[in-house]
Write a protein that binds this ligand. Sequence first.
Ligand SMILES: C[S@@+](CC[C@H](N)C(=O)[O-])C[C@H]1O[C@@H](n2cnc3c(N)ncnc32)[C@H](O)[C@@H]1O
Length: 288
Amino acid sequence: MSRAVSGSLRLAGRLALARGGLKLARALGFPVRERGYQVWYDTISELSELLFSDFHCMNYGYAPAPESAGPERHQLGLYDYLALQAPLRDKRVLEVGSGRGGGAAHVLHAHGARAVTGLDLSERAVEASRARFDGAGLRFVPGHAAALPFGDSSFDVLINVESSHCYPDVAAFLAEARRVLVAEGVLLLADFRHREEVGDLEAQVAQSGFKVGYQRDITPHVVAALEADDARKRNLIDSGSAIPDFLRRPIYHFAGCKGSPMYEDFRSGRRVYLAFALAAGQGRAAAS
Ligand SMILES: C[S@@+](CC[C@H](N)C(=O)[O-])C[C@H]1O[C@@H](n2cnc3c(N)ncnc32)[C@H](O)[C@@H]1O
């Protein structure tokens, strides 16, 4: 049996067990949301190492994006779009939810940040990022968005791309973000919510003490990216012949492929993708 097939079977077994365990835990009333995301992103990272070589970003992307930026141009384009709201040159940047590290590396190399730290809950994703990108000016650490392992005022810019929807306590993340930023610091956040949850996110931001410098609904740009990137993503998924069938549908959905519930949610406006630039301001200690 090939390494990819045996690896996939092992993952499929683990995921099935995790699914069963999560159902039981939910039925018993345990807080399982966070553990579920950790298992999911660990699995995605492990599967990616077995099956794909060119997969360093995990967001839905932003269009238009210049062709010269390579196959993951739309995913990197989301970072470029956020960087328009706050200069990154010579800044100390923290990315919370750095995934497989492609965005953090892009911020260092294409935007001239002084140093970039990527933090992620998934240890597999951190390992993959270290294996691919660790080097001068770039480091990856495991950690939790609600308990950042950094001192006060350690960073100039905090980037958070498509990660906050996973957090059980967004207010705790915002308090931590404000604590680790300098007073002139900026939080650049891009993420989606179901339309009826947008008000909750806006209230969490308003209560955090951050000042909203910029807020946009970028859903049309994300839908355009999903459409422009559809063939590449389908090819990647379909070429993973060792992916067990029961995993294909959730992966199409996770990837936002055309026709998936995720894509339809964005297209119909049931899910909204927002971008924010938030200024930390003075009085961070009092706020947290
Ligand atoms: C959709 S991926 C986005 C990754 C990356 N920002 C990108 O655009 O490629 C979301 C990431 O958030 C991470 N994550 C989820 N919950 C987290 C938490 N509580 N603390 C830190 N990272 C978390 C996941 O492990 C995953 O790598």
